[in-house]
Design a protein around this ligand. Structure first.
Ligand SMILES: Nc1ncnc2c1ncn2[C@@H]1O[C@H](COP(=O)(O)OP(=O)(O)O)[C@@H](O)[C@H]1O
Ligand SMILES: [Mg+2]
Length: 351
């Protein structure tokens, strides 16, 4: 097993720079998730670790080895892609053992490794089937089996569940987490889905436009985001943001027609700030401040979609029912210690 260390990693395609000096330590045995919007560089970074993309500048180490210029096959990694890329004319068992066979491993060893992977992934009853006779989830398990059989030090997953329907995604999420527990290898998992990141990761790396915005455990990022981007990306529905201005030791929020007092060290009077409030921390209260556009009752929780007279939108999540209706005028309340504050210019958190 091995950890992964990136030092000032840069990627350029011609004169277009897509990774801007990434430093990152992934511990041995850790489940690390790269998350961020489409195009932020998740796949590029993963493929650089795999050796499928050349690293323009900087260093990549796996274990204590500098692998920056090594071929993919020398790095001790195995990658699972969004598309399964199974050989249609081979059985499940042959698909899983193919890599080892090509490298000249003895049949007995291949059989043993395939049956180990098959047991872990519960594929025993499908070993003689061809991919066409498998469901999407089963095919993805075979693709994962192919990686396990190679016995890598580091597993790399690039959005492996994106082609599956919602129910199967949840099931496979649990399976991959179980797989990580069982084999204990270092895993790096790319997704644009913050729920996958939150539920699977030991460590989340939030990327944006080729830079790391923040690294931390899922709940650290949720409770203590460094900036507006991370605050808005982690959590569902997203955090609400309203414009505010510091005045007389409080923050005036035109959208709420009142001042709030977040428990932070406020910048000087006149500073423009962004007030962040998570939907689950807000409560609908009686008042004449916000219009109710829509309410949704999901049984366990309800959502109210509100609009301020400033045009700003607010989502409130409450347990049980929300006792307001479309067209009502209401206000919202929140405990001051739940309010987050960001600098309006830099978008950095004010703590
Ligand atoms: N071969 C390439 N040539 C030029 N630009 C590329 C190439 N591959 C990816 N990019 C650019 O690099 C950025 C990151 O892409 P990618 O890593 O695929 O993002 P993600 O996986 O986060 O959606 C994007 O802006 C993309 O357009
Ligand atoms: Mg990608």
């Amino acid at each position: 097993m091995a950890g992964v260390e990136l030092t000032e990693v840069v990627k350029r395609y011609g004169d277009v720079q897509v990774m801007h000096g990434v430093d990152l330590t992934i511990e041995e045995g850790e489940f690390c998730v790269f998350v961020g919007p489409s195009g932020c560089g998740k796949s590029t970074l993963l493929r650089m670790i795999a050796g499928l993309e050349e690293t323009t500048e900087g260093k990549i180490e796996i274990g204590a080895r500098d692998v920056t210029r090594d071929d993919p096959s020398q790095r001790g990694v195995a990658m699972v892609f969004q598309t399964y890329a199974l050989y249609p004319h081979m059985t499940v068992s042959e698909n899983m053992g193919f890599g080892l066979k090509m490298n000249g491993h003895p049949k007995a060893e291949i059989d043993e490794k395939v049956s180990m992977a098959s047991r872990i992934l519960k594929l025993d009853e499908y070993l003689k089937r061809k991919p066409a006779a498998l469901s999407g989830g089963q095919r993805q398990r075979v693709a994962i089996g192919r990686a396990i059989v190679r016995g890598p030090e580091v597993f790399l997953f690039d959005e492996p569940l994106s082609n599956l329907d919602a129910e199967l995604r949840v099931e496979m999420r649990v399976e991959i987490a179980r797989l990580h527990k069982e084999i204990g290898a270092t895993m790096i998992y790319v997704t644009h889905d913050q729920v996958e990141a939150m539920t699977m990761a030991d460590k989340i790396v939030v990327l944006r436009a080729g830079r790391i915005e923040q690294v931390g455990a899922p709940l650290e990022l949720y409770r203590d985001p460094d900036n507006r981007f991370v605050a808005g990306f982690i959590g569902s529905p997203s955090m609400n943001f309203l414009n505010g201005t510091v005045k007389d030791g409080a923050v005036e929020v035109p959208g709420l027609k009142t001042s709030v007092s977040p428990q932070v060290t406020l910048p000087s009077d006149g500073t423009d700030v962004i007030v962040g409030m998570r939907p689950e921390h807000l409560t609908v209260a009686s008042g004449d401040v916000l219009g109710v556009d829509l309410t949704e009752a999901l049984g366990g929780v309800s959502y109210a979609y509100l609009t301020a007279d400033t045009g700003e939108k607010i989502i409130v999540e409450e347990r049980g029912d929300i006792r307001s209706n479309e067209g009502d005028r209401v206000t919202v309340s929140i405990e001051p210690e739940r309010i987050m504050l960001f600098d309006a210019n830099t978008e950095q958190r004010i703590r």
